[in-house]
Design a protein around this ligand. Sequence first.
Ligand SMILES: Cc1cc2nc3c(=O)[nH]c(=O)nc-3n(C[C@H](O)[C@H](O)[C@H](O)COP(=O)(O)OP(=O)(O)OC[C@H]3O[C@@H](n4cnc5c(N)ncnc54)[C@H](O)[C@@H]3O)c2cc1C
Length: 460
Amino acid sequence: MTLSKALPELRTALTPSCEILTDPSDANFVEHLKRWTDIDLKTPGAIVLPTSEGDCQKIVKWASKSSISFVVKGGGHSEWSTIGTDGIIIDLSLYKGVVVDAASGVATITGSILSKEVASALAEAGYFTALGNGNTVGAIGYFLGGGASITSSITGFGSDQIISARVITAKGELLDVTEQSYPDLLYGIRGAGQFFGLITQLVVKGHPLSALGNDKGVIWAGSFVFPLARAKEVASVMKHLMDDDSHGTAGLMMIMAPPPARNPCLVIAARFTGNPDDAPKAYKVLYDLKPLVAQGAPVPIQNASDGREALAAKGGFKRFGVVGLYRFDEESFVKTVDMWKDLVAECPDAINTAFNFQWDARPVKKPEFESAMCLHDIRYWQNNLIWHTDPKNRAKVDEFNDKTIEIMRGEDVANFADFVNGTRVGPIHRRYKGEQRLARLRSLKKKWDPTGVFTDQLLL
Ligand SMILES: Cc1cc2nc3c(=O)[nH]c(=O)nc-3n(C[C@H](O)[C@H](O)[C@H](O)COP(=O)(O)OP(=O)(O)OC[C@H]3O[C@@H](n4cnc5c(N)ncnc54)[C@H](O)[C@@H]3O)c2cc1C
């Protein structure tokens, strides 16, 4: 059935508080179409905004019966929540919530609740959980795709926090997925959740703020700025710092040209967990290098990403180029400085692009269960932020990104891994490692979504 023929039936089925937007020139439609990135942004036939779990289920049942394709949108911070005129976006922005159980710290999160909203609700009750670098990133989208965090060494990944889920399957059934009811599906949801259904709700673990190693619920956040010409020297000092797990250091080495001056430089965005008074000792080797800027202060954990809000804003051609690495190669890193300079010389509209190397001195905490997420042995990431504005440079900017990733990862697949929250291209065994894991996920996909309603990932 065509979308225009099928939509009237949906209108009558949904509760009146839901919205169905069909006019692309309408301001409300335009607002809800906005994404973090304009890469591959398409215009759907309709944007449907449910206000409850029951409405989400009605929409999926209707779509299944009428053979209408759809994508789910939570925070809109990926390249994937977009679809052409034949399909609809199920936009969860009118349906969201977070409730924290004060005694246990367990948080129940629904719909399109954002990362910062979850962090704030938890902190108010005395807890925190694994969350990423983007305040406005959809929390459910983040948790489902693995979820790398600045607290991974204390908490594990985002997907490790998932205790249970409520899932609407491709056929429109609503399932309460727990260790007892559907252990296999829970295995898949923890790291590959977007490929199995519409997740209306997750129940996630909270950790007492004291697990951050201080009694104030803070982490130390600082920055050290060096001229690009000192990249080799700084990389060599950083290699030792990043390998020294006697201190809880973590952060990003960023090759960038920050506003307003736009002077190309190496910025080390440094984090420290533990007693914040110990941070200067942990970073002494960087202070000793006499950077252009050296600053840092304790920050409440829920505000740790506040300084990055500009980067989370919607619009522009943005993309993360992410690869998980088992080592830091100084020479390769210095080569990426030249790549960045060449990129900005050839594509001045890419001045916001940053080539970043991310580290955590301590290993990721492993959960007691197996799941789709399998990157716990990775402490290093090349995590490029591509950001440009001229559509003519689309392919060229991607080429620079790809080359930089290749330089950092090398050829041997044993030395790197792809990350679900970062990419959906490239061989799937780089994202889900191990034949057994992949076979288990493929068989789950065949059982719950054999026709690829929730993408054809794990079907091919
Ligand atoms: C500024 C920024 C910082 C980031 N930092 C981190 C980080 O530190 N660590 C990390 O791991 N990732 C990080 N990410 C990546 C981010 O976690 C993923 O892109 C995530 O998928 C975004 O979720 P979303 O809901 O905002 O996006 P959307 O585009 O709305 O959704 C992302 C995907 O999940 C699906 N989806 C969303 N909600 C649901 C649902 N309820 N049920 C089923 N499917 C759903 C969508 O269909 C889509 O395929 C960051 C991204 C940005 C832009």
